[in-house]
Structure formats: structure tokens, C-alpha cells
Design a protein around this ligand. Structure first.
Ligand SMILES: O=P(O)(O)O[C@H]1O[C@H](CO)[C@@H](O)[C@H]1O
Length: 306
């Protein structure tokens, strides 16, 4: 069995191990064993060592860019860029708006690692594999994780183009991995406060709310959106929760930021349906505001925490 990731997590303890459920060798390898290889300590270490030899410093902040939001990487200087398909064991990006590069460099005075595009379970990858880069970025030294995404607005008061700080999530995707990591405080409250201050200081309006993470790849039915609204969801998307779950497990301080690219349908007589092209168009239109928020937040982190 693979060794679980050994980390200095707030949460994980030596008892946080991967199940060693018995499996029948006649049938073949147990599915858990296959999944576990994606986040075994040795594999994460191998990938980290491959990257460490080529980068200038240990990154302090890790950033994951959502659909159409990868332009943030253009603000990074002294860049070293790795296309995902050149990194051992990395999957490929298959979703438009996700360019598929891991970029190291300096952002507003801090050495960062930035995923220019993420992996989604609906691309056919396990959730464990989709979240595997989070473990790599932690092993390389990052202490804070900033996750961005495009999302549909469920909250009636939220509009297209609004930016929403994620204060919590509803997890409707399945997962395989270490058992029972606590996620009640996955989104760092201090970072939420800091980000709100940054937004006020730089004149950005920021919503706050709950992100509902669904498996996709179809957009939601009207019944689903109505149900999510009753459950307290303010926004909906097909990512984030697997990264945040793994990020919390390996001890990251996490900030989540969603760009609301469309209003979700709640009425049967409404004509407009969501389209990914529209999601990307709005993301790109508002990308500059998201970038400025992140740039300034990272600057504040440098002053206060690093
Ligand atoms: O969450 P990100 O990667 O920003 O992408 C969002 O945009 C896609 C749907 O348009 C889905 O993948 C959804 O999760």
C-alpha cells in the first residue's frame, strides 16, 4: 500500500491514513490502490523533486486559476513555466479557458506557484488526481492557497460580473482519499477579513457566500438550482471543493474567490441557458479586477505574514 502524504498539517495526524481495505487478487488491484498512487507520498515527492531542481526558490503562495482567469500569470515576473504535459504524472488540461501551465515566479514581491488552469473530475480524472497538484505545491513550500473559479450565481441578489469570496462550500462531488479530514475551517477566516479589507481599500465590491460544488459537466437543472438555493448555496460550479479539501488536509491557509459569470436558471419559462463560451467571455472581461484583488492580497500577505 502507498504511504499517505506526510505533512505538517494542522489537521492530519499519523492516524490519517489511507484505507488498507482488503482486495481480491483474482479480480485484480483494488480501485483504492489505483487511486492511492495518485497521492502517495513517494509520488508527490518525485514530482516535487523534478520541479525543485528547476525553480529559483521555494514558492510561498500557490494560486489556482479558474476558467478564463489564467491571465493572472501575465503579472508574474522572472517566470519559469512548465506545460502540464511536461511534468511527470500530471494530467493534461482539456477544458477551454484552462491553458495548462504551472508557472513559478514573483508576484508583487512574493515567490508564487500558479496553476494556469485546473483539472476537473468531469474530464475523466479521479478527484484525487485532480487535487494532486495541491499536494505538490505544499511539498514545494507554499503555505497559502488561493483558489479562483468561474461560477453561476444562485443568490438572487448576486449578478453577472460580481466577485464572491467563498466563505464555505457544499460538497456534492464524491471523493477517494484520506479518511475524515476536518474541513469546517477550510477557508481561513483571517484571510477572508484581509481580502475584504483589500477590496475596500482598492475600491472593489466583493460579495461573500457559499459555493456549491457539483460534478458536472452538464449545467444544473432548474430543480437542482432551486434545491441548492434552499440549502444555502450562493454560487455553483464544478471545481474548488476537491482542491480545498486536499488543501485543508495538507495544512494550507486557503482563500477562495469566485467570479460569477452567469445567473442560474430558476424559472421554466426563462429562455437563456448557460454556455461555457459565455462563462469564459465574462471571466475574461472581469479578469483584470480579479487579478488586481489577488495581486493586492498577495502584497498584504507579504507585509503581514511572510
Ligand atoms: O471552476 P472553473 O474551473 O473556473 O470552471 C467553471 O466553468 C466550467 C463551466 O463553464 C466548469 O468547469 C466550472 O467549474
Amino acid at each position: 500500500m502507498s504511504t499517505p502524504i506526510k505533512d505538517d498539517s494542522r489537521h492530519s495526524t499519523s492516524s490519517s491514513t489511507i484505507s488498507s481495505a482488503p482486495f481480491n487478487s483474482i479480480v485484480g488491484e483494488h480501485p483504492n490502490a489505483v487511486t492511492n498512487r495518485f497521492f502517495s507520498y513517494e509520488r508527490i515527492e518525485e514530482i516535487s523533486n523534478y520541479l525543485r531542481k528547476k525553480i529559483a526558490a521555494a514558492p510561498e503562495v500557490a494560486i489556482i486559476c479558474g476558467s478564463g482567469l489564467g491571465g493572472l500569470a501575465e503579472l508574474i515576473t522572472d517566470k519559469i513555466s512548465f506545460p502540464y504535459n511536461e511534468i511527470p504524472y500530471f494530467p493534461s488540461s482539456t477544458v477551454p479557458g484552462h491553458r495548462g501551465n504551472l508557472i513559478f515566479g514573483i508576484l508583487n514581491g512574493i515567490y508564487v506557484v500558479c496553476m494556469q488552469g485546473r483539472f476537473h473530475p468531469y474530464e475523466g480524472y479521479t478527484t484525487a488526481l485532480c487535487a494532486m497538484p495541491v499536494r505538490v505545491m505544499k511539498m514545494l513550500g507554499a503555505h497559502s492557497l488561493i483558489v479562483t473559479c468561474a461560477a453561476g450565481a444562485i443568490n438572487k441578489d448576486y449578478n453577472i460580473g460580481d466577485m464572491m469570496i467563498i466563505k464555505d462550500h457544499l460538497n456534492f462531488s464524491n471523493f477517494a482519499g484520506p479518511r475524515f479530514p476536518p474541513v469546517g475551517h477550510a477557508y481561513d477566516r483571517e484571510y477572508v477579513t484581509l481580502m475584504k479589507q483589500v477590496a475596500i481599500k482598492h475600491g472593489h465590491e466583493l460579495r461573500e457566500g457559499i459555493y456549491s460544488g457539483l460534478g458536472g459537466p452538464c449545467y444544473e437543472t432548474i430543480a437542482e438550482i432551486r434545491a441548492l438555493r434552499i440549502l444555502g448555496g450562493d454560487a455553483v460550479g464544478m471545481s474548488v471543493v476537491h482542491e480545498v479539501t486536499v488543501g485543508a488536509h495538507c495544512g494550507f491557509r486557503i482563500l477562495g474567490l469566485a467570479l460569477l459569470t452567469n445567473k442560474c436558471l430558476t424559472e421554466y419559462n426563462a429562455a437563456h441557458e448557460s454556455l461555457h463560451e459565455e462563462v469564459i467571455r465574462i471571466s475574461e472581461l472581469k479578469a483584470n479586477d480579479m487579478q488586481q484583488l489577488i495581486l493586492n492580497f498577495v502584497g498584504v500577505l507579504k507585509e503581514n505574514y511572510v
